[in-house]
Design a protein around this ligand. Structure first.
Ligand code: AMP
Length: 280
């Protein structure tokens, strides 16, 4: 496994791989890797001859300085896991390498996909995400790139950015990996105490209940019910939203949408957790 810190070195390496006729699967991450990330790596390896992972905690997508400074980091551990997983190349750039002139997001028309839910509670977050992924795509120029449905809104933002910028890259979504209790795997879970980690599985219990029972309630009633259940268990809910999967707009009645998805964001202690599930 090769580790690259410089964009020009990685770009040159990828050019060579691609002229040799190989395909490149790319998995952008912020490190502190867990089985969720590794399932994206396995997916990339199954569809491409070469897998590249980036590890970069992107400052422009954090709207809160404390959140950025407390974000867990373990590059050494990550490299070991990636080597074991059979990853071919890892890109570990400095902030200056990704943002040579100014550490700032580019403005982008994301067609409103960036506005609800995460966009509402984390202003500027998606412009930061779209900016860094666009820069990484220009450096890596992969054949395919892999994103988890855990960050479903992010996956949609990336698809929109790729359309805007005409990248010839196939964007592939990957289902959410969970622990045995249903908690969606996340780098932030290590900031939870063992007791909090147990409590946090209440999020999946509610989403799982919702996907089997949503028809008995209106979208608004479902949102209120889940919000109440989560608050009763000590979570501070930011949103519970049942939305049209195509445009992420809230729905008043189920027949309004061909496909609906339910999203949750809530704090447990100081840790912000997100999750979602397809309803139909
Ligand atoms: P992050 O390091 O949190 O930026 O995540 C890097 C990629 O891994 C993103 O595409 C995430 O959606 C994906 N990811 C994170 N956690 C999970 C999970 N539990 N299941 C599937 N994908 C995940």
């Amino acid at each position: 496994m090769q580790v690259f810190e410089k964009a020009t070195a990685l770009s040159g390496h990828v050019d060579k791989i691609k002229t040799d006729g190989y395909t490149v699967g790319f998995v952008p991450t912020m490190g502190s890797l867990h089985a969720g990330h590794l399932s994206l790596v396995a997916h990339a390896l199954s569809q491409n001859s070469h897998c590249i992972v980036s590890i970069f905690v992107n400052p422009t997508q954090f709207n809160n300085a404390d959140d950025l400074s407390s974000y867990p980091r373990d590059v050494e551990g990550d490299l070991k896991l990636l080597e074991q997983a059979g990853c071919h190349s890892v890109f570990v750039p400095s902030v200056e390498e990704v943002y040579p002139s100014e550490v700032k997001s580019s403005s982008m028309d994301l067609k409103g996909i960036d506005k609800p839910m995460e966009g509402k509670y984390r202003p500027g977050h998606f412009e930061g995400v779209a900016t860094v992924v666009s820069r990484l795509f220009n450096i890596v120029k992969p054949t395919r790139a892999y994103f988890g449905e855990k960050d479903y809104q992010q996956l949609m933002v990336i698809r929109q950015m790729v359309k805007n910028e005409n990248f010839d890259i196939e964007i592939i979504g990957h289902p959410i990996e969970r622990n045995d209790a249903g908690l969606a795997l996340s780098s932030r879970n290590q900031l939870l105490s063992p007791a909090e980690r147990d409590t946090a599985s209440i999020i999946w219990q509610n989403l799982d209940w919702a996907r089997h029972n949503y028809k008995n309630l209106s979208p608004r009633e479902l949102q209120a019910q889940l919000s109440q259940n989560l608050s009763n268990n000590g979570l501070r809910v930011e949103y519970v939203n049942a939305v049209n999967e195509e445009n992420l707009r809230e729905i008043e009645d189920w027949p309004q949408a061909n496909h609906a998805r339910l999203f949750v964001a809530a704090y447990l202690g100081g840790v912000r957790l997100i999750d979602n599930v397809s309803l139909f």
